[in-house]
Design a protein around this ligand. Structure first.
Ligand SMILES: C[S@@+](CC[C@H](N)C(=O)[O-])C[C@H]1O[C@@H](n2cnc3c(N)ncnc32)[C@H](O)[C@@H]1O
Length: 224
């Protein structure tokens, strides 16, 4: 198996709108390929599916207990604060004219279908807190790239890392230890508390992507 994203899917990832630099996406692909044989992965923060293509590329290459590997991806598809009109990352091409709201679901669907990954990447459309409240499945890999404000980051930390299985990975995007480089919540409210819990240990990093491994506790145990 190659160590980097297969070239056909890399082209799809490059074409998709989104916020995943290639070197960080490549790390995501590699850790997903390692973990997916052990169970499903889940991403918080789908947007138009760019990171989903890196995760789906890994799923295409492995099987889990004899069945195709699966990546769940959660998003309400209404955009984060920074995607709204007047903010830095607003894109008028993903606004639903009827409601005057962001809607990235259609773009996601097209991107995943074009990449041939519909059997591997499964969209869950809704609030991260609602989905987390009902989630019970151990995860081989959890990737958090949802709302970057304080409340969404707190909510995602509370709701999701507990479902990472023993030995599983927690990937966090937009972790900036230096405030001059980016926003604080993913660093202060997800990355640092995960390490402080004593249940996660950092094993890899590229750019603003951090990979932690669950080194104590099992899926379902609270992480605090
Ligand atoms: C930074 S973008 C994700 C980028 C994506 N991973 C990529 O590779 O391009 C964050 C996404 O999180 C979603 N989001 C923010 N807060 C959310 C919440 N509370 N529940 C569900 N989705 C949320 C937004 O709609 C947005 O699409």
């Amino acid at each position: 198996m190659p160590d980097t994203m297969p070239s056909d899917l890399l082209e799809h990832a490059r074409r998709a709108k989104g916020f995943m630099p290639e070197d960080e996406g490549d790390l995501l692909y590699r850790v997903a390929r390692e973990r997916l044989p052990h169970g499903p992965a889940l991403e918080v923060g789908t947007y138009c599916g760019k990171s989903g293509i890196y995760l789906g590329a890994a799923a295409r290459e492995v099987t889990a207990a004899g069945t195709p590997a699966t990546v769940f991806t959660v998003d309400h598809h209404r955009g984060s604060e920074e995607n709204q009109a007047g903010w830095e990352h607003h894109d008028t091409t993903v606004v639903d004219q009827e409601f005057g709201l962001m809607d990235t679901l259609g773009q996601f669907r097209k991107n995943i279908a074009r990449a041939g990954l519909e059997d591997h990447v499964v969209a869950i459309v809704g609030q991260s807190t609602t989905v987390a409240a009902h989630w019970r499945t151990p995860l081989s890999l959890l990737f958090i790239d949802g709302g970057h404000g304080e409340q969404p980051a707190r909510d995602d930390f509370l709701g999701w890392p507990r479902w990472v299985d023993a030995g599983g990975y927690l990937a966090i995007h937009d972790v900036f230890p230096d405030p001059a480089e980016g926003g604080r919540p993913p660093y202060e409210l997800i990355y640092l508390p995960a390490l402080a819990s004593g249940q996660f240990t950092e094993i890899d990093a590229v750019g603003s992507m951090r990979i932690l491994q669950r080194t104590s506790g099992v899926a379902g145990d609270p992480v605090r």
